[in-house]
Write a protein that binds this ligand. Structure first.
Ligand code: UD1
Ligand code: CA
Length: 456
């Protein structure tokens, strides 16, 4: 069976008050329409067709997924929109119709529709609403069979009482869809070509409409305003938080975590409040992450403790490390096991080997640091000469005294010691003590300044 997914994304989204087409607004840092495209690809679709109109070029430029585009230059209705995609459909395709501004439908929900389509069945996703105002109502006969859908603006008083509404999401065979769409007209209160009209036409021909409901109403919620965008963002975040907890992760507050990408976390890890995970992040077991941490495209191995306000980007952290509070790993930081990176320490494009410590107020960039090295407070690698970057190599067992400047390119050999306050500009050989230090001067009985009397 070949499955095609048609995604409607031609609407303007006036209520967003935005220069950007609505479907490009983001949920969890991903354009809404890409959520829908990804659901289609999870279904195993053989093709995805995006119907674009308003901001078509912007949509094409932004969407990174492989899809086919068809343009609906005038928005004459949802039926007209799907019609634009018909030339790209085969008669035998199963076709799913979805919406670029309805981002959170679960793949399992869509699968139920796809599985129910035959040459004589259409499948439709409906929901029961306490307040169905504005939606198309599902009209059924006494036996409960769907007869058709009537839009809010075309409905009778009796029909307006129906609480079962059309989500717009449906599936049908390509041939069936094509034939039915050929027969719809725009003789209705909005003069639009309604996609919904295909159902009554299908029933007249003796076909059956099979309906399904999603597990959660929000799976079918569309976004028309920034308020609704924010509501769906929170719903999506909460559902991701629940998945983490079900996988054995403790969240101090599931309402205060944001996952903007793909996060995997091992059992018995604990994540405190207000942490943001972006891109691909993989966290091992028994990792403890303090409040207000930001982690982007990183791997953090088991047993590591990350204290409050730590920022990690494009980095790899080994087992049983300690980071923070207020540590910063910039792209290319690689920590082996048992490394300690303390407060106000910045590490960039550097390897810190097993058991080494950079505990306070330091910058280590473009460096290779060996095992069991201790880098004292306030140490800086001077890696940039204003034009080029240079490497610093610190071998195993080295002790760097506080407030040292290592002027790269430079090497400190195995087990060497650098005295506090030194500026190291050339190689220190293994086991040497190196220091640069002006002689201490003292002045006896130094007169301390006294405060001037205040004018009267
Ligand atoms: C539609 C349904 C209604 C359903 C509701 C659910 C029809 C006639 N009505 O109504 O039964 O309850 O959705 O939200 O289908 N679009 C295009 N091109 C067009 C028109 C629309 O791409 O010419 C896109 C819009 O961008 C939007 C979606 O289709 O993403 C739905 O269109 P909209 O006009 O909002 O439909 P509703 O009037 O809400
Ligand atoms: Ca409309």
């Amino acid at each position: 069976m070949s499955l095609k997914v048609v995604i409607l994304a031609a609407g303007k989204g006036t209520r967003m008050k935005s220069a950007m087409p609505k479907v490009l607004h983001r949920i969890a840092d991903k354009p809404m329409v890409e959520h829908v495209i990804d659901a289609a690809s999870d279904l195993g679709a053989n093709g995805t067709i995006l119907v674009v109109g308003h901001g078509a070029d912007q949509v094409r430029d932004t969407v990174t997924r492989e899809v086919d585009y068809v343009e609906q230059t005038e928005q004459l209705g949802t039926g007209h929109a799907v019609q634009q995609a018909v030339p790209l459909l085969q008669p035998d395709d199963t076709v799913l119709v979805a919406y670029g501004d309805v981002p959170l439908t679960k793949t399992a929900t869509l699968q139920k529709l796809v599985d129910d389509v035959t040459d004589t069945n259409l499948a439709l996703l409906t929901v029961m609403m306490d307040n169905p105002h504005g939606y198309g109502r599902i009209v059924r006969d006494r036996a409960g069979q769907v007869l058709g859908i009537v839009e809010q603006k075309d409905a009778t008083g009796e029909q307006l009482k129906i609480r079962e509404v059309n989500t717009g999401i449906l599936a049908a065979k390509g041939a069936v869809l094509g034939e039915l769409l050929d027969r719809i007209d725009n003789n209705n209160s909005q003069n639009e070509y309604y996609l919904t009209d295909i159902f009554s036409l299908a029933v007249e021909q003796g076909m059956t409409v099979r309906t399904h409901q999603p597990d959660h109403e929000w799976e079918t919620s569309g976004v028309n305003s920034r308020v609704q965008l924010a509501e769906l963002e929170r719903i999506f975040q909460l559902s991701q938080a629940e998945q983490l907890m079900e996988a054995g992760v403790t969240l101090m507050d599931p309402a205060r975590i944001d996952v903007r990408g793909k996060l995997t976390v091992g059992q018995d890890s604990i994540i405190d409040i207000n942490c943001v995970f972006t891109g691909e992040v993989s966290i091992g077991e028994n990792v403890n992450i303090g409040p207000n941490c930001s982690v982007t495209n990183a791997t953090i191995a088991s047993g590591t403790v990350i204290k409050a306000n730590t920022v990690i980007e494009d980095s790899v952290v080994g087992e049983n490390c300690t980071l923070g509070p207020f540590a910063r790993l910039r792209p290319g930081a690689e920590l082996a096991e048992d490394a300690h990176i303390g407060n106000f320490v910045e590490i960039k494009k550097s390897t810190i080997s097993k058991g080494s410590k950079v505990n306070h107020l330091s910058y280590v960039g473009d460096s290779t640091v060996g095992e069991k090295v201790n880098i004292g407070a306030g140490t800086i690698t001077c890696n940039y000469d204003g034009v080029n970057k240079h490497q610093t190599v610190i071998e195993d067992g080295v002790f760097i005294g506080s407030c040292t400047q290592l002027v790269a390119p430079v090497r400190v050999g195995k087990n060497a010691v650098v005295g506090a306050g030194s500026t190291i500009t050339k190689t220190v050989e293994p086991n040497q003590l190196a220091f640069t230090r002006a002689a201490l001067k003292t002045v006896d009985n130094w007169p301390r300044p006294v405060k001037k009397p205040k004018p009267e």
